[in-house]
Design a protein around this ligand. Structure first.
Ligand code: NAP
Ligand code: G4F
Length: 327
């Protein structure tokens, strides 16, 4: 039985990857940080099937001890301070976790067992003010936020440990991927959840930032398969994972409100609080290397993704208001 350690197991991708690995027959270990209240909401259904162990990307000892205890064959480093706006308010913390945290993981692997395979969660945010369209593995990076800059560091330190020490270390450059488990602060979930609440009469407006930004949105459930595929190859490498389609935030809103039979223009208000100091205007990925070498292809398109997220948010909000009415 293969053993995998997943950092960021309580996050969106961590929860889908844990399910995926369990289905493949893996012994799954998940690293989570200590919090005063438990935040296992995304993994409640699998907590009895996985080993949950405490550790923090800020703390070298905890990581090293954990890798020594678990003795994994594969490590998936998904933990990060992953919200772009927070990275302007907390740039140093973002750098400590999202950039240096990667080196802590790599150092721990190098000293405990350099044969462990390593996956680093890199991002299309590294392309930032994009130098070419579509973006591929060879497109130069131009990050536009402390988050993007931290991820560029994480990417290059992964490449560097591969080239310096011969580690089997891969960097997956994933474009935006969403799901009903997406955090409420990210644009897709903010839109689907607020639209669902408007439909149910619980909210009456949606306050937004830049509607012109364009993103290549895929489904998180599809993208975790690509992470695993990268670690099953003969040689470690870096891959862009994307759908190849781009849509503006405005189109996302139109699709979502249209699905609910609502006129979005009546509810959406522009609020400068949500406009960023520097924007990433256009992301669209060319995943042809992943198609060719990994045999990976996305299955869920944006329209279907929006439907999945809206339906889930309608259900969730109905349950929440049902519970409130009972009190
Ligand atoms: P997410 O939902 O925000 O999850 C982030 C995870 O990191 C959470 O489990 C969080 O734990 C954990 N974490 C944060 N700080 C930590 C620390 N100091 N030590 C240990 N764990 C810590 O993010 P996601 O959407 O699943 O994304 C997974 C990874 O892929 C991230 O690295 C992200 O930057 C990257 N990525 C995401 C996308 C995307 O579109 N989703 C695209 C490209 C790359 P808590 O639950 O305790 O906060
Ligand atoms: O959903 P977002 O917050 O995602 P963003 O900044 O693209 O980052 C996400 O994807 C990256 C991959 O490219 C990941 F690495 C990262 O960890 C994260 O998962 O914002 C998307 C777009 C932006 O252009 C933003 O300006 O939506 C625009 N937007 C407009 N109004 C808004 C809002 N974003 C948010 N979160 N909230 C708004 O009200």
């Amino acid at each position: 039985m293969k053993k995998a350690l997943v950092t960021g197991i309580t996050g969106q991708d961590g929860s889908y990857l844990a399910e995926f690995l369990l289905d493949k027959g893996y012994d799954v270990w998940g690293m989570h940080r200590r919090t005063s209240t438990m935040n296992f909401d995304r993994i409640t259904h699998i907590t009895d099937k996985i080993h949950l162990v405490q550790g923090d990307l800020l703390d070298q000892n905890s990581i090293q001890n954990l890798i020594r205890e678990a003795q994994p064959d594969e490590v998936y480093n998904l933990a990060a301070q992953s919200f772009v706006p927070t990275s302007w308010n907390q740039p140093l913390l973002t750098g400590e976790i999202t950039a240096l945290g990667v080196t802590r993981m790599l150092e721990a692997i190098r000293s405990v067992n350099p044969r462990i395979k390593f996956y680093q969660a890199s991002t299309s945010e590294m392309f930032g003010k994009a130098r070419e369209v579509p973006q591929r593995e060879t497109t130069p990076f131009y990050p536009r936020s402390p988050y993007g800059a931290s991820k560029v560091y994480g990417h290059w330190i992964t490449v560097n440990y591969r080239e310096s020490y011969g580690l089997f270390a891969c960097s997956g450059i994933l474009f935006n991927h969403e799901s009903p488990r997406r955090g409420l602060e990210f644009v897709t979930r903010k839109v689907t959840n607020t639209a669902a609440r408007i439909k149910l009469g619980i909210a009456n407006e949606l306050r937004m930032g830049n509607l012109d930004a364009k993103r290549d949105w895929g489904y998180a459930g599809d993208y975790v398969e690509a992470m695993w595929l990268m670690l099953q190859q003969n040689e470690p490498d870096d891959y862009v994972i994307a759908t190849g389609e781009t849509h503006s935030v405005r189109e996302l809103i139109e699709l979502t409100f249209g699905y609910l039979d609502l006129d979005w223009q009546k509810y959406v208000k522009i609020d400068t609080r949500y406009v960023r100091p520097a924007e990433v205007d256009l992301l669209v990925g060319d995943a042809s290397k992943a198609h060719r070498k990994l045999g990976w292809k996305p299955k869920v398109a944006l329209k279907e993704l929006v439907k999945m997220m809206v339906e889930s948010d309608l259900q969730l909000e109905k349950e929440l208001s049902g519970r409130k009415n009972k009190r």
